[in-house]
Design a protein around this ligand. Sequence first.
Ligand SMILES: [Zn+2]
Length: 252
Amino acid sequence: MIDLNAPIWRQVDSAGNDADKWLRRLLSGEEAFREGMEILAEDLSHQLSYYSATAYVLPHLAALCGRLSLEDRHFLIAQIGAAIASEGAMSLVPDTTEYREFHEGLDGLRPIVRDLIQNHPEVLAAASGEDGQMFALGALAILGDRGHVIALYNLSGSCWEEGPGMCACGWEEECIPLNGGPDCCIESAEIAPWDGKSLDDEAVWVNGLLERAGDEDIRPVIHLVYGTGVCPECGKREPYWAWYSRWFDEDF
Ligand SMILES: [Zn+2]
């Protein structure tokens, strides 16, 4: 964890370039927690871009998170998920200070998220629709595949009704209907019921968390995005996520 008076804070970036100011206010209690947390999270996730300040902020947030009420821990995870997930679109270089800080932050947040999921299901069940959905995505960013979170945020542009994909043969489609219909070309994954505790199978626990949150936006397409694409051109079968990343890498 890097002291807030260290020179590095003048070099790191965020959307407003003042992440250290908001972090300082949060840590001192000078700013009301939820208001300050919302501003800091927006500063670090504007337009789903990755900002280098995120890595340096995370260890401080992990330490703060452990001292909060269960409801505020939940709020923090929901808010910071997009900032963490955005690293999945670029991936930090190992053996750098930035990489170490980012992972120190994740290491601190993981047990807090696991505890919320496994021992305090009532907190998520009581959250409002959007907060519950954001918590599920935040938990996925911290415990699972960050690229999947970015993809799920990007699919919100079509209200999770369509998604892009590209096969290695060159076939690509920007608007695959995520409805299981004849033009869908994705076979559903069989998603087993969740025991409310296990975090081994990402599709199972993410689906379970979204169900616990009462989500009706993302949950209906989970069996497809974790399913298998079947190329209409060459017939090759691949996880939909492989189609998504190929399309994303090609087009961005
Ligand atoms: Zn193909």
